[in-house]
Design a protein. Structure first.
Length: 104
């Protein structure tokens, strides 16, 4: 047996019979049903994402409003008013060396 006859034999045994027109129509109906089902799932998922995004947007807006109300209700900390210059500082902005270490 040569290679051509082996390939011919394998091709004859592995090929399936051609489907009938009734089988093709049934398969086509399943393809259309799957196509519609996938698009419905995509539409439902996008609708859910839109609702979730709107919910999160409202929550962020509510948190911003609560924060602004909280900041308005608490008095601002008093800022210290400096009336004298620190004696260790020179006018040029250079700092004199400290006389002691940080621990005192």
């Amino acid at each position: 047996m040569n290679l051509n006859s082996i390939l011919f034999f394998l091709a004859q045994t592995t090929t399936a019979p051609k489907p009938t027109s009734d089988q093709v129509e049934t398969g086509f109906v399943y393809v259309i049903a799957a196509f519609i089902a996938v698009w419905l799932l995509i539409a439902v998922y996008l609708f859910w994402l839109q609702r979730r995004q709107e919910s999160l947007r409202q929550e962020v807006e509510q948190l911003r409003q609560e924060e602004s109300e909280r900041l308005a209700a608490t008095p601002a900390p008093a800022t210290p008013q400096y009336t004298e210059l620190d004696q260790k500082l020179e006018v040029s902005g250079t700092v004199q060396a400290p006389q002691s270490n940080l621990r005192g």
